[in-house]
Design a protein around this ligand. Structure first.
Ligand SMILES: *Cc1c(COP(=O)(O)O)cnc(C)c1O
Length: 380
């Protein structure tokens, strides 16, 4: 089955009890048992819920994994998964990792004896040089946020395998429609399902997907122990949202290409960071490991005044955190996702005060262009 078909027919989409074209919301916490010796498949909903399971089966199928676990947020998926590591273990992490992942790694996991080295993961030799005897995993995000930097996933997997360690990839920006890291040899795929997978800016959820069944059992054990699983109502909404993933991504990506090309020749825009543009330094690597550039990019403006005018004056693209919704979202990394990074460190990473990120939604691209144009103010 191709992915368009999998999205509609790939999971548990028909309720076996009634034939309903969808798995109902099992809004229930516990299940009756009939035998003292053998409990049924379901006993308590922290562990198992049929609506969550239907969603997990769908996402596992899409990513080409044997098992998916659905969590109450992307951060719940990431932190629960990182608990497979033990005190003394070390990770090599891309230096522009999602802010929330940076926070748990650099404050909470360090306290528990799990350390990380942050490297420029566009450079495979930088990844390899950071690996030491205690290193157990490489944690990546490609394209990265907010500069859309590209890591060669096959190259990273080669390094990991040579050192006998695992590769984890946050695949939120791409979704399984555009990039499937497990097929490239990665071990764990993580997601904020809050973004494109659900796609409607109305659920917070996350996923961990694996190919190896033992690894799946270990993560599932911690998910149940911690109680970080996704609730039934949110599972249902995400199952509904993901059905249109292909058509949403296709259209948002087309819109992105048009808007990025327009911005590139705009007098007030000094750079556009988008792996869909041939001049992007990671263009060829990205094209070799993903089926499209996605619908998020960032760009630099000529001054702080223009930046402020754009963020405060755009009517269609909403000024907000988050991405991946049907509505376009403009965000300001310096004061949103990367506000907690010290200014000097932020600038060193290229996250300037004139950098804006755009997640492109399903509006008419010409309307979006006209709106951005009026907000930035015309060039002389
Ligand atoms: C939003 C996001 C997360 C965190 O997900 P939540 O659902 O907000 O907890 C992790 N990684 C990336 C790349 C994200 O964009």
């Amino acid at each position: 089955m191709n992915i368009a078909t999998k999205l509609i027919h790939g999971g548990a989409n028909i309720d076996p009890q009634t034939g309903a074209l969808g798995v109902p919301i099992y809004q229930i916490s516990t299940y009756r048992q009939t035998s003292v010796d053998h409990f049924g498949k379901y006993d308590y909903a922290r562990g198992d819920n049929p609506t969550r399971e239907a969603l997990e089966e769908t996402i596992a199928t899409l990513e080409g994994g044997t098992r998916c676990l659905a969590f109450s947020s992307g951060m719940a998926a990431i932190s629960t998964t990182l608990m497979i590591f033990s005190p003394g273990d070390h990770l090599v992490v891309c230096d522009d990792v999602y802010g929330g992942a940076y926070r748990v790694l650099s404050t909470i996991f360090t306290r528990m004896g799990i350390s990380s080295t942050f490297v420029d993961a566009t450079d495979l030799t930088a990844i390899e040089s950071a690996i030491g005897p205690e290193t157990k995993g490489i944690y990546l995000e490609t394209p990265s946020n907010p500069l859309l930097k590209i890591t060669d996933l096959r190259g990273a997997v080669d390094i990991a395998r040579r050192h006998g360690i695992i590769t984890l990839v946050d695949n939120t920006f791409m979704t399984p429609y555009l990039q499937r890291p497990l097929e490239l040899g990665c071990d764990i795929v993580l997601h904020s399902g809050t973004k494109f997978i659900n796609g409607h800016s109305d659920v917070i959820c996350g996923f961990a997907v694996v190919k190896d069944t033992e690894l799946g059992k270990r993560i599932r054990y911690i998910q149940n122990a911690f109680g970080t699983g996704l609730g039934p109502q949110d599972s249902f909404l995400t199952l509904r949202g993901v059905k249109t993933l292909k058509v949403r991504m296709d259209q948002s990506q087309l819109n992105s290409m048009k808007i990025a090309a327009w911005l590139r020749s705009h007098g007030r825009v000094t750079a556009v960071h988008y792996p869909g543009l041939a001049e992007h330094p990671g263009y060829a690597i990205h094209a070799g490991q993903a089926d499209g550039p996605g619908a998020v990019f960032s760009f630099e403006l000529d001054s702080f005044e223009t930046t402020k005018r754009l963020l405060e004056g755009s009517h269609l693209a909403v000024f907000a955190v988050s991405l991946g919704g049907v509505e376009s979202i403009l965000s300001y990394p310096a004061r949103m996702s990367h506000a907690s990074v010290p200014a000097e460190e932020r600038l060193r990473k290229g996250i300037t005060d004139t950098l804006v990120r755009l997640s492109v939604g399903l509006e008419d691209p010409d309307d979006l262009i006209a709106d951005l144009e009026q907000a930035m103010g015309r060039t002389a």
